[in-house]
Design a protein around this ligand. Structure first.
Ligand code: AHR
Length: 323
């Protein structure tokens, strides 16, 4: 084969490869993102990571903040459909009530990707869901507590997430599964703190008042770190030591909880990555290029962190990530 033929073949291959690479690209695609709001540090980080990922991939991201309201999310989705976007990302605030608008997106042939929360709707109405195993998160927290108290009686107060949201439902179920084998560990009070610091504090204050000033509480299980941080403040205000007098276990692994763990004021957290957009954009790139169907559920990792996992270092590693 002549050198000219070899060069021509190599050039052809290069063009084919770059065409394939280009086909995976999202440059110029218009993608609508309906975000819940900014109830927690974790949510702020997810927003910031999504914007950053979109920019890095050349996506024209249309961002809509729903301020915690499902009706705003439905309105945003209808707006995206009317604009004819190439795809939609949505973090659904609650699990029910999505079927009609998802059908409208399907009729308009716009793929929808769910981020971090699930919906009660037929699976064929969305392309994929990128989320953690929320039952596993709760179970991990429950099992950690059972091991920690090692057979001692332990009354747990639970701060639930937003009523009707998939993480509140699943993290509750998972925790109950995690403590099911331990008759010594019981949930004595459970109420929503809506995933916010201020409500976590407020509800914890009420729990403390109705539990002999906190003397009857062994542990607080919060469905996210922000509520745990609020609860820690309430425990301190009541003159008790969080992390010692009352154990604190929660979910998210945001920088502030590592500060609390390093100070001995919180005990454990289960990590939820804020990078849901990376896997979502990968799935969309392949799907928009040649119709490749992703897995229906892309499950992110749920790692447990305690004081043994270098909390000060974890704080440093996360502090600049938009939390
Ligand atoms: O859906 C994920 C949850 O929503 C996070 O754990 C919480 O912090 C957020 O608000």
């Amino acid at each position: 084969m002549s050198i000219i033929t070899k060069l021509a073949l190599a050039a052809g291959l290069a063009i084919a490869l770059s065409t394939a690479a280009f086909a995976q690209d999202l440059t110029g695609k218009v993608i609508g993102f309906s975000q819940i709001g900014s109830e927690s540090g974790w949510r702020a980080a997810e927003t910031s990571v999504t914007k950053h990922e979109a920019e890095a991939r050349g996506v024209d991201l249309k961002f809509a903040d729903a301020q915690q309201k499902q009706e705003n999310q439905i309105k945003a989705l209808r707006g995206f459909i009317a604009q004819g976007v190439d795809a939609i990302l949505i973090a659904p605030v609650v699990a029910t009530g999505w079927e009609d608008v998802l059908k409208e997106a399907q009729e308009a042939e716009i793929p929808v990707v769910l981020l971090d929360r699930g919906v009660d709707a037929p699976e064929d109405l969305y392309l994929t869901s990128v989320a953690s195993d929320q039952v596993l998160e709760g179970r991990t927290a429950g099992e950690w507590l059972v091991n920690q108290v090692a057979g001692k009686d332990c009354n747990v107060v639970e701060l639930q997430g937003t009523v009707g949201s998939s993480p509140a439902i699943n993290r509750k179920q998972g925790f109950e599964e995690g403590i099911a084998s331990a008759a010594n560990v019981k949930i004595t009070q459970s109420q929503t703190g809506d995933f916010t610091r201020s409500k976590g504090k407020e509800v914890m204050e009420a729990f403390l008042k109705s539990s002999n000033g906190g003397a009857d509480i062994c542990a607080v299980y919060a469905h996210n770190d922000d509520m745990a941080v609020g609860a820690i403040q309430a425990i301190k205000d009541a003159g008790l030591k969080p992390g010692t007098d009352i154990l604190v276990v929660s979910i998210d692994a945001v920088p502030d909880i590592f500060t609390a763990i390093a100070a001995g004021e919180a005990n454990a957290t289960v990590e939820l990555t804020p990078n849901m957009a990376g896997p979502a954009f990968d799935a969309l790139a392949a799907y928009l290029a040649d119709g490749t169907e992703p897995e229906k559920f892309i499950i992110t990792e749920s790692k447990l962190y305690t004081a043994e996992n270098d909390p000060a270092g974890e704080y440093e590693r996360r502090k600049g990530l938009g939390y």
